[in-house]
Design a protein. Structure first.
Lengths: 368, 249
């Protein structure tokens, strides 16, 4: 017994040490790689060419580093789980949770690894604030400022159209609508969420584009059209999550308001809706996330000109970050392709910023 | 003087009859307690007095309930009725907003916009509910930061903010500790001067301590109704005596 547990202790110790050592090696290796990539412009340029010239070799090195560190980690985990059965389940959960984090981490690492050198090559400032997108010129020009602005326009437009309608619809669904209507409405909204974006795009092309052309002028392929369409697309997200949030508000709050002589409407809008505030905020975040990431539908109605627009030019076409990637990626190579990946990096940072901003807002609004 | 007069009140939840031929008068500026075992209809009855039962699907009521001689299940403005007949619930239910906004919600609902007037009402209501000293420095803090007992007194203050005639209390202390309970009992006795109070309670000592009249309910029927002293010392009915002495319930 004593001897057995001594061996067990030793094995545990060894596998724990292995975990720590090789885990940190993997992290350090990944960190060094990323750091190395944009330490200086010279080195970045060399690495940039190395990357495209000897991509396979480079990947090979990466694979060896990655697998080399992961195998001992894996082995250590197996030993640990055999020795401590009760902890094995816990470890399994941790691994599952890590898989999600790993997915995000890998996307981060590879996106930045491929995008950052190109951004440094072009000059980060020139890339972000340049207003010319001329991939076929010699030398080519890659300025994505018009696309950043375009993304902001259509997202803001989508919020403008989608959020008020979505919240009112959610209030109606949660607090007003009679059961028979709800039974029709709820599946309809679920269906709305399941429609592929290309179908939305088609609808936009044959219905919204002519509508905007005839009523507002211009070609119809415009910021306005894309905003309306995106507003429609975020509706199911905003409605469903806001509705759930309102349903989660304890009934006692509603009763408390009604018992003071408040009408149903006043109780709903001034007690239930404020109480569901954080859920409604979350609904808006997800809606914004969907709007800014939407590609296909926007591509089909937005006109796609890579030109810087002013807010009053909402009847002109625009190009967003997402559509920029999808429009050019099919034929792009070399620096053009790298610029598209860098566009992806900007989009990624964008989404990170928006999420952070909203979670800050949410935390601030949570108390009151 | 009677505040409420009930005559032959029957109430059904779909097929289930929850109240059977209730006839009683509730006097003004007194504390009337409803006691009885769970499911006896006492909460149902108190909720009929400000028509909160309207919110329950499948609820049907017959008979007559009059407030100051006016039939409340007739052609009246329910919101004005509920303004006159305030309610405090079993579980403290402050709104998730600031203490100030909790109290100001009622007056604002009834059209008071002046900041000065609202400040006045908030202070008076909190004072009347004996919670002003604890909250005056944190009116802009969330009401949810208060303790359970404080939350319940805040809810009483909220009910007082619309200047009701009647205060209905549906087991207001059953979720609270003994110290908070005694604070609320003191408060209720103090409030009797200005308000008619109807209180539902599971706690017979509480009924005996604070109420002037007591009604004993069993299976939807009003078994006995009279002065609290009489009910607790010389109950007229065997079933009342059995319940009070703890033989069932």
């Amino acid at each position: 017994m004593g001897k057995h547990s001594l061996i067990k202790d030793q094995l545990t110790k060894i596998s724990k040490i292995a975990l720590i050592i090789f885990g940190s090696v993997a992290v350090i290796a990944a960190g060094l790689l990323v750091l190395f990539m944009y330490r200086g412009e010279e080195e970045a340029r060399i690495l940039f060419f190395l990357f495209y010239a000897g991509q396979t070799m480079y990947m090979q090195v990466l694979r060896i580093v990655f697998m080399g560190s992961m195998l001992p980690v894996f082995a250590a985990l197996v030993i640990l789980s055999i020795l401590h059965k009760e902890q094995a389940a816990k470890v399994l959960f941790i691994i599952s949770a890590c898989a999600a984090i790993l997915a995000v981490g890998l996307i981060c690492v590879f996106l930045f690894m491929q995008g950052l050198p190109a951004m440094v090559e072009m000059g980060i400032w020139e890339f972000l604030t340049g207003t010319d997108w001329r991939p076929t010129w010699d030398p080519p020009r890659f300025g994505i400022f018009p696309m950043i602005v375009g993304s902001l326009y259509v997202t803001a437009g989508a919020i403008l159209f989608g959020v008020p309608i979505g919240i009112f619809a959610a209030v109606y669904m949660a607090e007003v609508c009679p059961k028979p209507i709800y039974k029709v409405l709820k599946p309809a909204i679920n269906l709305l969420a399941g429609i592929p974006s290309v179908i939305y795009g088609y609808f936009g092309m044959v219905v919204l584009v002519p509508f905007v052309r005839e009523n507002f002028g211009g070609s119809g392929f415009s910021i306005l059209t894309a905003s309306i369409l995106l507003g429609m697309m975020i509706l199911p997200t905003v409605i469903t999550i806001s509705e759930n949030a309102m349903r989660a508000v304890p009934r006692e709050m509603y009763e408390g308001a009604v018992a003071l002589g408040a009408s149903h409407e006043r109780a709903v809008f001034w007690v239930i809706l404020p109480a569901a505030k954080s859920g409604v905020m979350a609904a808006i975040v997800l809606g914004v996330g969907r709007a800014i990431g939407e590609t296909m539908a926007v591509r089909m109605v937005a006109g796609n000109q890579p030109l810087l627009r002013m807010p009053y030019e909402f009847l002109q076409g625009t190009r967003t970050l997402t559509t920029n990637v999808v429009l050019d990626l099919g034929y792009a190579y070399g620096s053009h392709r790298a610029a598209l990946i860098a566009t992806g990096v900007v989009l990624f940072v964008f989404i990170l910023l928006i999420n952070t901003l909203f979670s800050l807002l949410k935390r601030k609004g949570g108390l009151r | 003087m009677n505040k409420f007069s009930l005559a032959d009140v029957n109430l059904w939840y779909n097929d289930f009859q929850a109240l059977k031929n209730i006839t009683m008068d509730i006097p003004a500026n007194m504390i009337t307690a409803f006691i009885g075992p769970s499911g006896c209809g006492k909460s149902t009855l108190i909720k009929s007095l400000n028509r909160m039962n309207d919110l329950v699907e499948g609820c049907k009521i017959t008979g007559n309930i009059m407030l100051d001689g006016e039939i409340i299940y007739g052609n009246i403005d329910v919101n004005l009725l509920r303004k006159r007949v305030g309610m405090v619930f079993q579980k403290p239910n402050p709104f998730p907003m600031t203490i100030y906004d909790n109290i100001a919600y009622g007056p604002r609902t009834h059209g008071i916009k002046s900041k000065f007037k609202l400040n006045e009402i908030v202070e008076k209501s909190l004072r009347d509910a004996a919670i002003w000293d604890e909250t005056k420095d944190r009116l802009k803090k969330s009401a949810l930061s208060l303790s359970g007992g404080q939350q319940q007194r805040l809810c009483i203050a909220r009910a007082l903010s619309v200047q009701p005639d009647v205060l209905l209390m549906d087991e207001p202390t059953s979720a609270l500790d003994p110290i908070s309970t005694s604070k609320i009992e003191e408060l209720v006795i103090k409030l009797k001067k200005d308000y008619t109070i109807v209180i539902v309670t599971h706690n017979m000592q509480q009924a005996a301590r604070i109420s002037d009249n007591t009604g004993f309910f069993l299976l939807g029927e009003l078994i006995e109704y009279g002065g609290t002293g009489q009910i607790f010392s010389v109950p007229g009915e065997k079933r009342t005596e059995d319940y009070i002495t703890g033989r069932f319930g």
